[in-house]
Design a protein around this ligand. Structure first.
Ligand SMILES: [Zn+2]
Ligand SMILES: [Zn+2]
Length: 742
């Protein structure tokens, strides 16, 4: 007699499974046992925007499947993350809602955690942190002091947008067509002291390591190479009116055709080339003209003639020009302008009579460059130091005190954290921090006279430099041992980072800071200074072939999908729809496919489990189908081998395709046996259920709720040891003697 079988009902299954996981503590990062592999899977750190979007769902579905897979294989897994909670988005939302950003961030974080739990993501939720928590940003301040001490942070002038009406500096996204987003008055550029992070000392090592990184996918490696912006070529030492100058060119065999030299406005020796007061003024204008954001187009980018020149090896004088186009191509250096071979140089040359000596050869043949003595191989990197301070109140306070006598003085470590007032309510006008005497007025730590606290805060990019660290430290130990807890040696470097393709900049700078922390001894156990042993970048999720936006009305809301289809369907669909390196154009088709697969598997498995009770065993019949069970066993072993390899490479779409194929084979097995014998022998039924159990185990990383419920229904018990284990090969009973008589 067949029992009443519950139909597939995600709304019933999923909350029950999620409650069981919490009850069992399945996702708590374990204390690794001896000999056990330690696997830290690092997902991206979301901004506290208030809502998960489909890109998050993609990111966490990949990471979660991998984390669950490694747990099932018996590894110690840490799957934890924290919120990137400081910064402009939260501040703007708080201005709009007229509430303190701290409150807004707390609400958003809670809502997003709720969404993640409903999607069944197996994070160690006890380890979740917010970069805006005092106990957290205390360590951002510690890192600032450590890097300052190592000479990797410095104060320099930088250009920022300023609104006279609102009395505040503006982020670039707050400036629209040169006007303030808030009051629509014209914005002007001002120079003001800004803190910079020096990354140049580690560019060479980042470059060399990039070739050695294993388990990094092509997309992730490509972003690292792009950000580094390495150019190979030659350099020459020349003499000129401004003194000695080393000049670079990527066109090693064409230097003899050089028509001029371009100098970066950030070149350390640039001032020596400016003898004329008028040229000096123009250089200053070029700098205050926001050259950081200058177009790379050589026809419109500012170029300045110094009037000076250098002597080329053949004795000709090469005019020296200054332009930020050098920075955009090769970093803050000097470069030959070779119009004969370089289109950008041709555009520059066309703008100056003094250098427009080059003409295109009339016969159209490539010009032949005369040989040049003294050229040696050289390289340049475009990546450069960047500013880390902002004139905003929702950020980590910079632990520096400005004293009239002593200059900028670091806050002593014992006085950390410099607390950000929690009740700060930014209005968009002024800098609320600078207007609070209780924050600003302080005694100089060095000489004791009245001094002023730095009122700039750290850009959230700085907080992100170490956002991969805290999850590895037990929450109760973070106050005292964030950077020297013994667990760090167990979990770091992270075995795998899973992040969006736009995270390349974060990752690049995290790699730099890890090297700096290694060199000061903090992370001496990370010898190559790489925070991530493996890295998978995935592309974004779009809809109707376009980026999702409220404006286009094509935003897909994960909550609605989960409500309608269940978390397992959504996870399976987003993983199946495209490989990680491809942009995922969301469609209901993938959703329907995933839902159909789960329903079919559910009904089919439940039917077979129920039918087992009535299955009879007959020695002769079982012997007659033994070769079919043998084949089923081979299908299972092959399928399992493929699925395992796919997951190891985080190619989840392939793994799911192989899962659906295996399901087809299991059904095929039954059809063949029925065709031959009319019905399944008990030995066949048991083999088939063993195959369905194997399938459910292999499905668990992707659709954990349904898979676990099926395993329970199959009589596997519901302890994590049975449910959680990755299947072994040769799990299918083939021999007829194995079948128990009813
Ligand atoms: Zn304004
Ligand atoms: Zn002082």
């Amino acid at each position: 007699m067949s029992k009443q079988k519950p139909s597939y009902d995600a709304g019933r299954i999923e909350p029950a499974r999620q409650a069981a996981w919490i009850e069992r503590g399945d996702f708590e990062a374990p204390r690794p046992a001896a000999g056990q592999a330690r696997v830290y899977v690092k997902p991206s750190s979301p901004f506290t925007s208030g809502n998960l979007h489909m890109g998050h769902v993609r990111d966490y579905s990949i990471g979660d499947a991998y984390a669950r897979f490694r747990r099932a294989r018996g590894d110690a897994v840490l799957f934890g993350f924290g919120f990137d909670a400081f910064g402009l988005p939260a501040e703007l939302a708080a201005i709009e809602r007229q509430e303190p950003p701290a409150d807004w961030v707390a609400q958003c974080g809670e809502r997003m955690l709720d969404q993640m739990k409903r999607l069944g993501f197996s994070f160690d939720y006890d380890r979740v942190f917010y970069s805006s928590d005092e106990g957290q940003y205390r360590w951002s301040q510690w890192l600032f002091l450590a890097l300052l001490d190592a000479g990797l942070i410095y104060l320099d002038d930088a250009t920022v947008d300023w609104c006279d009406t609102c009395r505040t500096t503006l982020a670039s996204i707050q400036v629209e067509d040169g006007r303030c987003w808030r009051c629509h008055n014209e914005v002007r550029l001002i120079r003001r002291p800004t803190w910079f992070l020096r990354i140049t000392p580690y560019l060479e090592e980042n470059d060399a390591n990039t070739d050695e990184l294993e388990n990094w996918d092509d997309l992730a490696l490509a972003t690292q190479r792009y950000i580094l912006g390495r150019s190979d070529g030659v350099e020459l030492d020349l003499e000129g009116s401004g003194g000695p100058l080393t000049v670079f060119s990527p066109h090693g065999d064409a230097v003899g055709l050089a028509g001029f030299v371009l100098l970066s406005p950030r070149h350390p020796a640039v001032d020596a080339w400016v003898s004329d007061a008028e040229v000096g003024e123009q250089l200053e204008q070029m700098r205050s003209g926001g050259w950081d954001r200058s177009a790379r187009d050589a026809r419109s980018v500012p170029v300045l003639d110094t009037g000076g020149s250098v002597s080329a090896p053949d004795g000709t004088d090469l005019p020296v020009l200054i332009s930020p186009i050098v920075d955009a191509r090769f970093g803050p250096t000097a470069a030959f302008g070779i119009p004969a071979v370089d289109e950008a140089d041709r555009d520059v040359a066309a703008r100056f009579d003094r250098v427009a000596s080059w003409r295109e050869p009339e016969d159209g043949e490539d010009p032949v460059a005369p040989p040049v003595d003294g050229a040696r191989p050289a390289k340049r990197y475009r990546a450069n130091d960047f500013s880390i301070s902002r004139q905003r109140s929702w950020g980590t306070p910079i632990p520096v005190i400005h004293c009239e006598d002593c200059g900028p003085v670091p806050v002593p470590e014992a006085d950390l954290p410099v607390v950000l007032p929690r009740d700060i309510k930014p209005t968009g006008e002024g800098n609320p921090l600078a207007e609070r005497p209780d924050f600003v007025d302080v005694a100089c730590p060095k000489c004791g006279v009245p001094a002023r606290r730095e009122t700039d805060t750290l850009d959230c990019h700085f907080d992100a430099l170490w956002l991969w660290v805290p999850a590895a430290v037990p929450p109760e130990a973070r106050e005292k041992q964030m950077f020297d807890h013994p667990d760090l040696r167990e979990w770091l470097p992270a075995e795998r980072l899973v992040a969006g393709g736009d995270s390349g900049g974060f990752v690049f700078d995290q790699r730099i800071v890890t090297k700096a922390l290694r060199d000061r001894g903090t992370f001496d156990f990370i010898e190559n200074g790489e925070p991530f042993a493996g890295c998978l970048f995935h592309e974004m999720v779009i809809a109707d072939g376009r980026k999702m936006s409220k404006h286009l009305g094509n935003v897909v809301n994960p909550d609605e999908l989960v409500e309608q289809y269940g978390a397992d369907t959504v996870r399976l669909a987003i993983l199946y729809a495209a490989g990680p390196a491809k942009t995922l154009n969301w469609s209901a088709g993938a959703l329907r496919f995933a839902n159909r697969f789960l329903r079919n598997l559910w009904t089919y498995s439940q039917d077979r489990i129920a039918a087992l009770e009535d299955a009879r065993h007959d020695e002769a019949a079982a012997a007659d189908t033994e070769h079919m069970r043998d084949r089923l066993g081979k299908w299972c072993d092959n399928g399992l081998e493929r699925i395992t390899a796919d997951i190891e490479q985080l190619q989840m779409h392939k793994a799911i395709r192989n899962l659906t194929r295996l399901f087809e084979r299991i059904q095929d097995f039954e059809k063949r046996v029925v065709k031959r014998r009319g019905q399944l022998d008990r030995a066949d039924a048991e083999a088939q259920i063993a195959a369905l159990v194997l399938l459910a185990q292999a499905l668990a990383p992707f659709a954990p709720h349904a898979a676990e419920e099926l395993l329970i229904a199959s009589g596997r018990g519901d302890g994590p040891d049975l449910l959680g284990a990755w299947p072994e090969p040769a799990a299918i009973p083939v021999s007829a003697a194995g079948a128990a008589s009813p």
